[in-house]
Design a protein around this ligand. Sequence first.
Ligand SMILES: [Zn+2]
Length: 308
Amino acid sequence: MSAPACRCCGSAQVRLRGRKPGEFLQREFEFHGCDDCGFMWVEPFSGFEIYNDAYYRGQGPDPFVDYDAEYRDWRRSDRVHEFDDLARLAETYLRAPLAPVAAGTPVEWLDFGCGAGGFLKYLREKSALAGRPLALTGHDVGSYADLLGRKDGFRILDFERLQAEPAARYDVISLIEVLEHLPDPQPPLRLIARLLKPGGLLLLTTGNLESAVARRHGIHYRYCAPEIHVSLFNPRCLAGLYRTVGLAPYPVRYHGAVKFKVLKSLRHRRARRALAAAALALPPFVRAVDALYGVSAMPCAVKPAAPA
Ligand SMILES: [Zn+2]
């Protein structure tokens, strides 16, 4: 069987890296990898039907998902650490914009893959960043997207409506742990690049498959959950993908996002979680975890400002 070209960089230098059974679906999955950029992807794609209400309750392939708790009370979610971190990064960026902005102009913010809406609610409560009011839009589909639109009054767009948005509409787009779920990462990133204003910021997080921990475990790394994590990145291929769609990599240093990842992974282990929470109060511990999992090694991106 001839392997298809790399979905990240287009190279034909791709090969099968291994097979393993799903943990949720009783079938075998193939992991393909690109020798040029290191991108890996999973065949076959299980489809988006897997993201149903059971998935949202943590009864699907990801036992750490709990949409209901986040929807009901985002303030008690571990994700608040991550929200604080992302807001801090955006604020720092917005205080020194690449393109000049009139004072008081709203920050148009799109949360792409807004899920249970915790981040939208966090941002709504924050109401302003860098002295500018926040104007929020979310993108997702499914029962929580409906609730966020109907009950919580957010502007929620499905993919079709998002595609109909005018170019250069948004100052900030967040794409938090979304890209690994999509079988073809280029089209959504192209859309995001189009929707960003020149000088706009893309906040993107996804797993790093070239981190020390990921390298040690190969395709048996827990993050390689083939039913749901179908596009697997490293800093190099992510930066290459940004450039392909007209964005420039933007280095970041995470703190709270690292804490969140640790606490989330220990959600079902109380004693260890309490220990970890104490250790995470120490910045050197956070930096050590960050180095092992390569969280901050994964760049965000900016859309270059239009040439003067
Ligand atoms: Zn590639």
